[in-house]
Design a protein around this ligand. Structure first.
Ligand code: FE2
Length: 141
């Protein structure tokens, strides 16, 4: 099974943002492999756990942005809200409790996460570099 992975260039090097992204991908990978067989009905709980983890991650990022006085906070937060609603629609429409979300559904969620990192998270990292809170990214040789 091909696992969902973020490319190195998408690693956000601030607080535990990257670790939370990895944890979200791990939940997708577990659903993809059908590896969450704790109990009957665990499929619904797997998708709920993903959505809960996504909401928690977004809340954590928003706290970090507020602490850093990030000027694009509202834009980023609005993107989070759209992303969460879309993820809920995508997963809710597929996971009826009878089976794990299919590959096409999980691919859409993965694309959503990649899109979020590309569209908003990397700009937050650039801001942190710009105000000296993070060192610049190492140059490729
Ligand atoms: Fe994020």
């Amino acid at each position: 099974m091909q696992r969902y992975l973020l490319p190195q260039a998408f690693h956000i090097r601030y607080a535990n943002i990257h670790e939370e992204h990895e944890a979200l991908l791990e939940l997708l990978n577990e659903m993809k492999s059908g590896g969450m067989h704790e109990e009957p009905g665990s499929i619904r709980s797997a998708t709920d756990r993903f959505l809960d983890s996504l909401a928690t991650h977004f809340a954590n990022e928003e706290r970090l942005m507020a602490e850093a006085r990030y000027p694009r906070y509202e834009e980023h937060r609005s993107h989070h809200q759209e992303c969460l609603a879309l993820a809920s629609t995508i997963l809710g429409g597929d996971a009826d409790g009878a089976q794990y979300p299919g590959k096409a559904t999980l691919d859409r969620i993965f694309d959503l996460l990649v899109n979020t990192v590309a569209r908003v998270d990397l700009y937050f990292e650039e801001y942190l570099i710009g105000c000296g809170r993070l060192p610049d990214r190492p140059k490729a040789v």
